[in-house]
Design a protein around this ligand. Sequence first.
Ligand SMILES: *Cc1c(COP(=O)(O)O)cnc(C)c1O
Length: 405
Amino acid sequence: MNTATFIEASSPHVMNTYGRLPIALSHGQGCRVWDVNGKSYLDALGGIAVNTLGHNHPRLVPALQDQIAKMIHCCNYYHIPNQELLARKLVELSGMTNVFFCSTGLEANEAALKLARKFGHDKGIDRPEIVVYEKAFHGRSIATLSATGNPKIQAGFGPLVEGFIRVPLNSIESLKAATQGNPNVVAVFLEAIQGEGGINPMHMDYLKAVRQLCDERDWLLMIDEVQCGMGRTGKWFAHQWAGIKADVMPLAKGLGSGVPIGAVVAGPRAAQIFQPGNHGSTFGGNPLAMRAGVETIRIMEEDGLLDNAARVGKHLADALAEALRSELNTHAVKEIRGMGLMLGIELSKPCTALVGQCADNGLLISVTADNVIRLVPPLIMSAAEADEVVSILCPLIKQLLLGAA
Ligand SMILES: *Cc1c(COP(=O)(O)O)cnc(C)c1O
């Protein structure tokens, strides 16, 4: 290391909202990133499922440069041609009908919650209630943290927003019991695969049963695909594996490959609820974000990245299972789960220490729910890079499991 260029990673004036690693990243190429001191890392986190096309993509970067030179922002008092283009594309991929654009995941979820409440008010329900899930994560605004199922995220921010009914995952009986005889229910709000909660998939049969129940009772099915959507599981949206459609689908994270963007896609039952004056966003749908969304989807289609996510994801899951076979047998590793390039490895004990140990060894990962290693790399990851993830990660897992509890 050249000491002349050594830069300390510390941010004393930035608000202390994250437990940060002592690393400052400088640039990247594909699935690899470098810190300010020149050390390289394989990126199996992708900026938390955001960097769909990895770093410095040879077709995304010139498109964004072109857009920045033309126009970054102009506001929604005018038509923005790439909004219509991206909306049409999302409608085509989802089989839904209309899109509202914003800039983040929590904003997309706020819009979904407002849609559900107005859906209720429009049919005479004054105090609409929305079903949400244990271990859910929907964001950190007051409404979305109220919908979130993690008490740690809510602590200190009460009073919470009312009007939520919480149920366990994958139990249609619990959902029926919790809503029995309640005329105020307007929507069921779920992640097809919970991300922050520990990579917890909803079962296909459960999703189908919830869809049917929503149809029978005139509830909106709102599927938060902020993390599991945009091709990560090998289909455009994770719930499509169950062969169902959502009424409302919030998106964000991977949609712009790193440029802040959020969207709420609505089907016929929810598409006409908002009228002028009901909702808005200054940055939402701006020309730079829209160009990022349009180009991300174009490149994903041209390069077959859904297939790559499915294929490399399976390769990675199989290789992890092989490398951790004896730990799986002894239940020291409880489960490897997820789909495509959204994988969780649940250990029998807390493993947040692995995040720093992996970084020391040149691999970026995260740990959620205390004991679940989360792998959500760029969708361009190759099988060779997946093998490299396994070769760095698995010895560290074994070492951690052997250590004192
Ligand atoms: C990350 C995430 C959010 C919040 O997105 P932000 O852009 O951080 O506001 C909401 N829902 C899910 C499922 C997420 O993974």
